[in-house]
Design a protein around this ligand. Structure first.
Ligand code: GMT
Length: 375
């Protein structure tokens, strides 16, 4: 098949998932055309089956806001017609689903029918999409998609709760390439981070308020006096600077490292003992799944789709949003019991393997085959 993939090219979970999907489809012999405003961060391989089409938005002094969606729709039309695409798969509803609707209409006028599949990822529904300024367009363009998928049962339910959706939404869970996270810890790296054999705790996110990153620091401040430990903070975003200040104020700066955005996240997970994810909401929690694939147990909140990924008392623990006391107690319990920690690590790995790329990509292929154009 010739597949167009539209996504955000950044470190966000939806862009990561879309890029990994495109790479896996290309490996299976499909032609994959990425249509994005910059090269996706995880598109770090050469493949004869992968094409990258950059959306360029011409500036003009009249515009306070450059019309990105128009440029995106025009690029989609161009790629559909010039590369004879069989379907478009857009990740994250805003503005990709509405741009795809526009592209589909234009292509139709030019004699081409192109099915559009929209995958909902989370904040496009639960945070941004619900905003009155976007809701009518989001509802319309989701309903106009030929197929709609959501990355968890919870996100499917949330979408029906907040939008008048007239079509079925299929749940296709996010996936992880287990082989990528099957890494031996680099001893030298572990020694630099934890020279005295301290436990290594990790958090990775885009440091937005929905992640409640301050709860990671508060939890670590509670763990640290009881269990010799170090905290690695991976990623970057609006809350980072405030978090660095909080760490200094708590006098934890020798034990907490802010690593910024990291491409080789698997090397970091390989030395970690515990992943913390205290989010207000996660449709799925792809970062937690990647940690689990590297045998790192997770203590997360029980918000959104997290209980579908992280199993209470088995792969980690689930606590109420904002309950940093519970998070701290559970972390101390786990980190101070080596046998329990090893058991949780194994369960985390086994649970992650249910979401292996080889199980999920064929589900997308089956979906594509159902909607592939007939003209
Ligand atoms: O978490 C974010 O803020 C980024 C966002 C995205 O779209 O890139 O992540 C969402 O999609 C991921 C991939 O499907 C999910 O794993 C995340 O849970 C989801 N984030 C939220 O729902 C907050």
């Amino acid at each position: 098949m010739r597949i167009g993939i539209v996504c955000y090219p950044t470190f966000g979970g939806s862009g990561v998932l879309a890029t990994e999907l495109g790479k896996a489809l290309a490996d299976k012999g499909h032609s994959v055309h990425f249509i994005t405003y910059q090269q996706p961060v995880r598109l770090n391989v050469f493949s004869a089956n992968i094409y990258y089409h950059e959306v360029r938005v011409p500036a003009y002094p009249l515009f306070d806001y450059s019309p990105y969606e128009v440029a995106l729709a025009s690029t989609m039309v161009d790629v559909i017609l010039n590369h004879d695409l069989d379907l478009l798969h857009v990740h994250y509803a805003i503005p990709h689903a509405s741009a795809a609707y526009m592209a589909k209409q234009i292509a139709q006028k030019r004699g081409r029918n192109i099915p559009v599949i929209t995958t909902l990822h989370g904040t496009d529904i639960t945070l941004v999409g619900r905003n009155k300024m976007y809701e009518p367009v989001v509802t319309f363009s989701i309903n106009e998609s030929d197929a709609i998928t959501a990355v968890s049962e919870n996100l499917r339910e949330e979408t029906f709760k907040w939008f008048k959706i007239t079509k079925e939404i299929e749940v296709i869970y996010n996936f992880v390439d287990m082989s990528r996270f099957d890494k031996k810890p680099i001893d030298a790296f572990r020694k630099v981070i934890a020279p005295n054999g301290e436990k290594i705790i990790i958090h990775a996110s885009n440091f937005r308020s929905v992640k409640r990153v301050e709860d990671v620091i508060t939890t670590f401040a509670g763990i640290h006096p009881k269990v010799p430990s170090k905290l690695l903070m991976v990623g970057d975003g609006p809350e980072r600077s405030a978090m660095e200040t909080m760490v200094k104020d708590l006098n934890l700066h020798d034990d907490v490292r802010f690593l910024g955005k990291q491409e080789q996240i698997e090397e970091i997970y390989a030395i970690a003992d515990l992943f913390l994810l205290p989010s207000n909401y996660e449709s799925f929690g792809l970062a937690a799944l990647e940690a689990m694939a590297a045998k790192v147990p997770v203590i997360s909140t029980n918000a959104g789709g997290l209980p579908e990924v992280n199993i209470e008392g088995k792969t980690g623990y689930l606590t109420n949003v904002g309950d940093t006391n519970a998070m701290t107690q559970k972390a101390i319990e786990l980190l101070s019991n080596e046998a329990l920690l090893q058991e949780f690590k194994q369960h985390a790995f086994e649970q992650a393997s249910h979401f292996d790329i080889h199980n999920i990509v064929p589900v997308y292929e089956k979906l594509y085959a159902r909607f592939c154009r007939m003209d």
